[in-house]
Design a protein around this ligand. Structure first.
Ligand code: PAF
Length: 283
């Protein structure tokens, strides 16, 4: 595995790989890798034979009050994990490479980018879409892998790729969970011991709501409200629990069959997000 920090060096390697007929699959990350990222790598290997991963903590997607400065940087162990999982290249630019001048050309995301995560983290998806488009232009992969854990991010990247006619297949990879159901996330590292013990509440509440939907309940607002109340009783401060259509995250009606329930809530000082897809039989 090679670690490259410069765009020209990366492009030279990639043009060699393409000349040899390789299909390039890209896994963008912000580092602090865990088993969830390794499953993105495993998906990547099923969709191509030359795996490029990037490690770049993208300032543009952090609001001034967020954790950009304290976001865990674990470059050495990230590289060992990527090498062990069979990545061919790690692209690890610093800010002078990716943003040599202030990035004033930004991707304007659609309305859905201002909802849910976008409502609680204004500008987040603009920052994500901008860096992802830039990385796509640098790597020019045949396919790229994103986790379903960040469901709204996946939807927005897919939409951007479709509408801007980028010739990149977007591969969705399932969420990896700890034994108690907690979705793996770099931010789980912020949890205190006590909060970690309760952190799977969010998954449990989503699972319970999904069960109600599978049993035919269609009173979405009531289910959402009860879920928020359950979390509240366990000491969580909930930003949203919402049932949406899988295809575009719009509000569903009783006839919709492909739903997703998404949640974001704080336990202690740590904000977690999670979601579950629900396939329903027509009623
Ligand atoms: O999901 C992430 O880790 C980031 O949002 C991404 C896609 C690497 C862009 O910085």
């Amino acid at each position: 595995m090679e670690i490259l920090t410069r765009i020209d060096a990366l492009r030279a390697r990639l043009s060699d790989a393409r000349r040899m007929g390789c299909r390039v699959v890209f896994v963008p990350t912000m580092g602090n890798l865990h088993a969830g990222h390794m499953s993105l790598l495993a998906s990547a290997k099923q969709h191509g034979d030359y795996i490029v991963s990037s490690i770049f903590v993208n300032r543009l997607q952090f609001a001034p009050n967020e954790d950009f400065d304290r976001y865990p940087r674990t470059f050495e162990s990230d590289c060992s994990m990527l090498a062990a999982e069979g990545a061919h290249i790690v692209f690890a630019p610093d800010e002078t490479v990716l943003y040599p001048a202030p990035q004033v050309y930004m991707v304007q995301t659609p309305q859905v980018g201002d909802e849910l995560e976008g409502q609680f983290r204004p500008g987040f998806f603009r920052g994500v879409a901008t860096v992802v488009l830039k990385l796509f232009n640098i790597v020019q992969p045949d396919a790229a892998v994103f986790g379903k854990k960040d469901y709204q991010q996946l939807l927005i990247i897919r939409g951007m790729v479709n509408q801007l006619a980028l010739p990149i297949e977007i591969v969705a990879s399932d969420t990896v969970r700890a034994i108690d159901g907690l979705a793996l996330s770099s931010r789980n590292g912020y949890l205190s011991e006590g909060d970690r013990a309760r952190a799977s509440d969010l998954y449990k509440v989503l699972t319970e709501a999904a069960g109600l939907l599978r049993h035919g309940r269609r009173d979405f607002p009531v289910i959402e409200k009860q879920s928020v109340e359950m979390l509240g009783r366990s000491g969580w401060d909930t930003d949203y629990i919402t049932i949406r259509r899988q295809r575009d995250l719009s509000s569903p009606d009783a006839s919709d069959e492909s739903l997703v329930i998404l949640g974001a809530a704080k336990i202690g000082r740590t904000r977690l997000i999670d979601n579950l897809e629900i396939g329903l039989q027509p009623t």
